[in-house]
Design a protein around this ligand. Structure first.
Ligand code: GTP
Ligand code: IMP
Ligand code: MG
Length: 333
């Protein structure tokens, strides 16, 4: 029985949604809580032929016994939240903390209307930065001010700590990636708060002593949307040729891509105190691995590549993504 944190190791979009949704079903996650920024995230969950783009709720929703919580550190856009509850039919098991900040239309206007944020930083335009700005000024609204959210309000730190105390399986889901962190990322091309494992725990109200596993997710190549350096960035033409092209979940922008960065991976493992790593999209670089669910089905090239990540980071790789669907995974735990 454990409390685990799942975070991204690069610039977001590593496939946290896929990994978390697998763990939900496999480990029977009783309580999941989202930390991280807010609806700037877009976690893809591909389950029984349907694709869900989760921006607010934990990606464990597909496991029907999973309680779905949003910690007080998470920004809530009520429209996005209510739409997602409806789409996933999870209203009876969703809860959000009374102290979650509320994204209002004016935050979205300030985000999209700012040349600096929109053009230079290349934000998602979801209002997250301006909402965090108002939180810091202590002038923004919080969830307890919103009648339409009343039935979902719960003390998230109490729920999560109680579940841990009772020995239930608890998962804290992070968003974005280590190098989009306001403090540890490539400032100023970053998001509006820290998103490393320590902050995810703090967002939800769990102290570091209670965390058993920290799983850092990498993709087999690096992707980035918005401004900022990307070492070894490929041209669009080369990305298309290799089949690495991606489109952002929330904004529909093209994701910039580059080969796997071992130095960044090592630093991400350090900054998050990783105890385990996941690598997704192995099937994209090594197509012969598509759909594999067993290590023996992976090619020597894929196994050698995975080994090299373990050697460089000093952390074991326990989960290997071999396709977008929840069940397309090699579990070495
Ligand atoms: P953020 O919180 O926004 O950073 O998102 P995320 O980390 O959950 O990643 P996102 O879902 O935005 O992007 C990952 C993409 O890769 C999605 O389209 C997934 O469906 C896809 N994906 C994840 N794992 C695998 C895999 O192992 N193989 C393949 N082919 N696709 C994968
Ligand atoms: P913001 O978080 O919308 O303010 O955007 C700040 C930076 O973080 C921009 O470069 C965005 O593209 C990036 N970003 C924010 N959320 C995500 C995400 O979920 N995936 C990938 N990039 C993100
Ligand atoms: Mg995403």
């Amino acid at each position: 029985m454990t409390c685990s944190i799942v975070v991204g190791g690069f610039f977001g979009d590593e496939g946290k949604g896929k990994i978390v949704s697998y763990l939900a079903v496999k480990d029977k996650i009783a309580v999941a809580a989202r930390g991280g920024v807010g609806p700037n995230a877009g976690h893809s969950v591909v389950w029984k032929g349907k694709t869900f783009k989760m921006r607010m709720l934990p990606s464990t929703f597909l496991y029907e016994s999973s309680r779905l919580l949003l910690g007080p550190g998470v920004l809530v856009d009520p429209d996005v939240f209510l739409r997602e509850v409806e789409e996933t039919k999870t209203s009876s098991r969703v809860g959000l903390d009374p102290q979650c900040s509320i994204i209002e239309p004016q935050h979205i206007e300030r985000d999209r209307g700012s040349n600096y944020l929109k053009s230079r930083i290349g934000t998602t335009g979801t209002g997250c930065g301006p909402c965090n700005e108002d939180r810091i000024k202590r002038i923004g609204k919080v969830a307890r001010d919103m009648p339409q959210l009343e039935k979902f309000i719960t003390d998230v730190p109490i729920e999560v700590n109680k579940a841990i105390g009772e020995g239930k399986q608890v998962l804290l889901e992070g968003t974005q990636g280590t190098f989009l962190s306001l403090f540890h990322g490539s400032y100023p091309y970053v998001t509006s708060k820290d998103v490393t494992a320590s902050s995810i725990a703090a967002d939800v109200g769990v102290g570091p002593k209670l965390i058993d596993e920290i799983l850092v997710v990498f993709k087999v190549y690096v992707s980035r949307v918005g401004g900022g350096d990307l070492k070894g960035e490929l041209s669009n033409e080369e990305a298309d040729k290799r089949g690495w092209s991606e489109v952002a979940t929330v904004t529909g922008r093209r994701r910039r891509v580059a080969p796997f960065d071992f130095k960044l991976a090592r630093r991400a493992a350090m900054l998050n105190s990783a105890t385990q790593l996941a690598v997704t999209k192995v099937d994209v670089v090594f197509p012969e691995c598509k759909g594999a669910s067993n290590k023996s089905q992976l090619s020597d090239e894929a196994n050698n590549f995975i080994k090299s990540i373990e050697v460089e980071t000093g952390v074991p790789i326990t989960l290997i993504g071999t396709g977008p669907s929840v069940e397309e995974i090699v579990d070495l735990r």
